[in-house]
Design a protein around this ligand. Sequence first.
Ligand code: KGT
Length: 276
Amino acid sequence: MRAALLQLTSSDDPEENLGLVRGRLREAAAEGAGFVLTPEVTNCVSASRTHQHSVLTHEANDPVLAGLREEAARAGVWLLIGSLALTTDDPDGRFANRSFLIGPEGRLVARYDKIHMFDVAISDAETYRESAGFRPGRRARVAETPFGTLGLSICYDLRFPYLYRALAQAGAEILTVPAAFAQPTGRAHWRPLLQARAIETGAWVLAPAQTGTHAARRGKARRTWGHSMVVSPWGEVVAEAGEASGILYAEIDRAAAAEARARVPSLQHDREFDGP
Ligand SMILES: O=C(O)CNC(=O)[C@H](CS)NC(=O)CCC(=O)C(=O)O
C-alpha cells in the first residue's frame, strides 16, 4: 500500500485549509496513494480561543469533515484526518481534538479524541495549556483496514508509551501520529520518540506533521517543527520530510510488522512486578 503523508502549514481559516487539502489529496491519489494522512488540527491552527469559537463547528456540521469525506470517496482512498478541532457540548466550552478514519467510499470508520494534553512550559517565551481549550478523550481506538490494523493517536500522546503498547497488543500494526510539534521539542525529541514507539511495538509509525509559521489573523502566529516521518516496524526511518509543506510517500506492508515481531517478540513478554 502506498501511503501519502500531507505536510501542511494550516492557517486559522478552515475553508482555506480545506481547499488546500482537497488539491493535495487528488495529487496523492493520482500518484498512486491508497492511504492519505493529514496532520493534527488540519482545519485550524490558532492561538486565539475567540477566533476558534468564531470559526469552528460541531462534528455534524463541520465543512472540512464533510468536504474531505466527499474527496476521499471521489478519489477512492482511505483517509486519516489527523485531527480536526471541533466544538463539543463541554460545559466549559472546550473543543475536541479528534482524528477521523474515512473509508474509500467516504464512510466514517473510526474517530479518536486526543487523550494526553500538552500543558507544558518549554521556555519563558513558549508555553502551552492545551487542556484549557481542549477536552481530553478517554478511549483508545484501533480500526481494521484491508492493509492492516491501525492504532490511533495524536501528537503529545507520543510521549506515553503505554498507549502504543496497548494499541499494539490490541492488534495495531500501523500507528498513526499526526502532529503539530513545537520546534524546540521537535528538534530534540521527535525522531527518537517515533523510532522508539516503532521498535517497542514492531509497528509502522506514520507521522504527518504541521510545519513552519502559521498565518494567524488573531492571536500570535504559531511555529511547528515539520519533519513528517515514516518509521518501519524495525525502527528504520524510511521517509522523512524537511520543513517545506508537501507530500511524503512511503510503501507500507503489514508483513514487515509480523517479521519484526517474530525477530523480537517483546510485545508478548510483559511481566507482572512489585513496586517500585
Ligand atoms: O492547539 C492546537 O491547535 C492543537 N494542539 C496542538 O498543537 C498540541 C497542543 S498545543 N500540540 C502538541 O501536542 C505538541 C506536542 C509537542 O510539541 C511535544 O510533545 O513536544
